[in-house]
Ligand binder design. Structure first.
Ligand code: NAD
Length: 499
């Protein structure tokens, strides 16, 4: 059995707490590795290394820091297949999906190469007589990030790339369910020229997270994961005086207007509802067709497409649409929610409960499910299922459909499918959700825009990546300087000539 490590001060270090968690191969259900769970002392050691290394790194000019990111991009491309394979093996997603996970992280690293421009301050000449004023952005010091299992490459990179290029040291506490790729990323960063101690990976669970939240040296905490934990981390981190941004769960609605291209909408729902086994914070989990006729026609188009979906291990290659979910516990939770949907009166149109794959009977595979006649009082509507389960809520009108997206407590992403520019524009303007797609089912903003939801999908002010990340990982300092004029009244210089 492989025993994974932490990555501290440039070296793989065995855990010393004596506590471990199981890392599964979700396709077979076997435990393939043990992940060490750090104690507060181990976290403290990482902070000490970070404090030692950070001042020298902050003094490196931004262009040189950016060059490390440039080299890191090259190394990510060089090792893309290796990273994708390691990611699929622990997460279960298909290889193209895993490569996409790395790619969307890489794009933020590319954005960070612009650090010299993004960190440039402001300058006001002659703000008063002999007075100039300038603002600069300085790093915070030691930053930490706590990341979820579902994007083990992308989300760590969204955090550590801007943090590090801004001159901070960064401590990553990745998900204990798939910790190998974050360890590989830390190694690659150092191969790219990053000094030791600037990126460290401390594996762990709540104990390590609490140690981060209470450590007086750590200045900022970024979190991505489920909403209850996001709320806890935001509250605890803020009350300890840290700068905190937390991104939580989702329940993304897709409104399908009667004039929409229904083939396009159905294809979009297949990708956005079932891709990555629904384990995406931007997955569409609720389809809202407007009008019964639209709903009937949509379901008619969805069913054969769902029945064609291929579910299997990543080792089956590109033919597989999605893989297993991450753990047996995740699978049980999904099936429990499906049962609650049936019990509460929703109509199960496609039933994936009996799905089984020959040779992989112990794997955490879940067949695709489609519900119709879901209502807002049902648990499958209220809760994030995070599995291959799409709920259909029929709306009588556009206003009712809009109201559903607006009244749900989550507000990460949403989409509208329509040919009507007026409806699309009205939807984008009025809906209280952070990321909107118009005939685009998964509207994930690119690296140079920012990513973040509204309502219970976010806690904190600044979004992830884009210009917001540079604000989150720096503090502004403004200097007002006064050099009394050397010009006397009458125009003569007051300087004494140098002897
Ligand atoms: P999770 O909340 O279970 O875990 C996230 C992190 O928190 C992990 O590192 C974990 O070790 C830690 N953690 C877990 N329980 C904790 C506790 N009690 N105290 C302190 N720390 C704890 O989330 P997950 O299952 O890994 O990821 C899936 C969730 O993440 C979904 O809800 C999904 O919507 C969300 N997500 C959100 C975004 C976004 O940008 N909004 C992106 C990706 C995933």
């Amino acid at each position: 059995m492989q025993e994974l490590t932490h990555y501290l001060n440039g070296a793989h270090v065995k855990g010393t707490s004596g506590r471990f968690s199981d890392v599964y191969n979700p396709a077979t259900g076997e435990v393939q590795a043990k992940c060490p769970l750090a104690s507060a002392d181990e976290l403290d050691q990482a902070v000490k290394y970070a404090m030692e290394a950070q001042p020298a790194w902050a003094a490196v000019n931004p262009q040189r820091r950016a060059r490390v990111m440039m080299k890191f991009v090259d190394l990510l491309n060089r090792d893309m297949d290796k990273l994708a394979e390691a990611l699929s093996r622990e997460h279960g997603k298909t290889l193209p999906d895993a490569a996409g996970d790395v790619q969307r992280g890489l794009e933020v690293v590319e954005y960070c190469i612009g650090a010299p421009e993004l960190l440039k301050g402001d300058y006001t000449d002659s703000a008063g007589p002999g007075i100039d004023m300038y603002s600069m952005r300085q790093p915070l010091g030691v930053s930490a990030g706590i990341t979820p299992f579902n994007f083990p490459a992308m989300i760590p990179m969204w955090m550590f790339a801007p943090a590090i290029v801004c001159g901070n040291a960064f401590i990553l506490k990745p998900s204990e369910r798939d910790p190998s790729v974050p360890l590989m990323l830390a190694e690659l960063l150092e191969e790219a020229g990053l000094p030791k101690g600037i990126i460290q990976v401390v594996n762990g669970d709540k104990e390590a997270v609490d140690a981060i939240l209470h450590h007086p040296v750590i200045q900022s905490v970024g979190f991505v994961g489920s909403t209850p934990i996001a709320e806890y981390i935001y509250g605890t981190g803020c009350s300890n005086g840290k700068r905190v941004q937390c991104f939580g769960g989702a329940k993304n609605h897709m409104i399908i207007m009667p004039d929409a291209d229904l083939d396009q909408a159905a294809d979009a729902l297949i990708g956005a509802g079932y891709g990555a086994a629904g384990e995406r914070c931007m997955a569409i989990s609720v389809a809202v067709p407007v009008g019964d006729e639209t709903a009937d026609r949509l379901i008619e188009k969805l069913v054969p497409r769902i029945e064609k979906l291929k579910v299997g291990p990543y080792t089956s290659g590109k033919d597989v649409d999605y893989g297993p979910v991450v753990t047996g516990a995740a699978k049980q939770n999904i099936l429990k929610l499906v049962q609650s949907g049936i019990d509460q009166g929703a109509k199960l149109v496609v039933d994936g409960r009996d799905f089984s794959l020959q040779g992989y009977e112990d794997g955490f595979f879940v067949g695709p499910h489609l519900f119709d006649n879901v209502t807002p009082d049902m648990d499958i509507y209220k809760q994030e299922i995070f599995g291959p389960v799409l709920s259909t809520v029929r709306a009588k009108s556009y206003e009712e459909a809009l109201g559903l997206a607006m009244d749900h407590e989550m507000g990460n992403g949403t989409a509208i499918f329509t040919r009507d520019g007026d409806a699309a524009r009205d939807f984008a303007n009025r809906v209280n959700v952070g990321m909107i797609g118009i005939n685009v089912p998964i509207p994930v903003p690119l690296a140079y825009h920012t990513f973040g939801g509204w309502k219970k999908s976010v806690f904190g002010d600044l979004n992830q990546h884009g210009p917001d990340a540079f604000k989150f990982y720096t503090r502004t300092k403004t200097v007002t300087s006064r050099w009394p004029s050397g010009i006397k009244e009458g125009g003569e210089f007051n300087f004494k000539p140098m002897e």
